[in-house]
Design a protein around this ligand. Sequence first.
Ligand code: PLP
Length: 247
Amino acid sequence: VAVDAQGMRISEAFAGKAPVMLHLTPSHQYPLGGRLSGARRRELAQLVMKHGSLLIENEYDHEFIHEGQNHAPLAASLPGHTVLVSTFAKAISPSLRLGFVAAPLAIAQALAQKIEQERLHVSWPVQCAVQWLLQSGQLQKHLRRVRRYYAQLRSELLLQIAQECPQLRVSGQEGGLHVVLHSNKPAHQTDTLQMMKNLSQQGVIFNNLRDFGGEQDALLLAYGQMTPATVKQTCRLLKMALTVKSA
Ligand SMILES: Cc1ncc(COP(=O)(O)O)c(C=O)c1O
């Protein structure tokens, strides 16, 4: 389903036969960024109630909201119609391989049964450690600290991009831990393509928006694993890749 400045075009999702299930990332659209607006959330709630659709609400990086309005999860207002899936990948580490699901009881029970049958358990000591982090309040403390850290990193990244790469426009920066880099003028689209080619030739691996069905070439830049020093290094590298015409 297409998205615009207000997030998923809900009316398009329900045009024709109403969906049985709808998967969405409302607090930070992946990969474009952007958030589902209050108006779209209300529209979605009405349509879900009317048609009985099930929402898979993927809150994969909801811990980090840097700008704009912070909405409650859809699961809070539509608990009987929503399966909230989330992950500790951003709050703690992707290598933990641990997430959680909050679902209506019947769905939660069916999922638990499936996990049991398929032996899909996450390591028990890992689960116990995260349970302790949650119950002791240490996770909240950690989140307060890393929110400050990522906010500074993000500000530094946006500043460095503006200074070093004025040919680039940043979007999707209002939440999460990645941004999208586009040409800031259609005429510069070729510069972005050349930049990507140059980066590939230097062995820099990145995702292109086009790989996700986007109509334009744009680079996805994740900063969750960066430090202030690697932010600077990355922006210098981007600048170099934009400057060199053919490597
Ligand atoms: C759209 C989306 N869903 C879910 C996840 C979480 O993935 P995992 O918990 O497997 O690392 C991510 C991670 O970045 C993501 O981008």
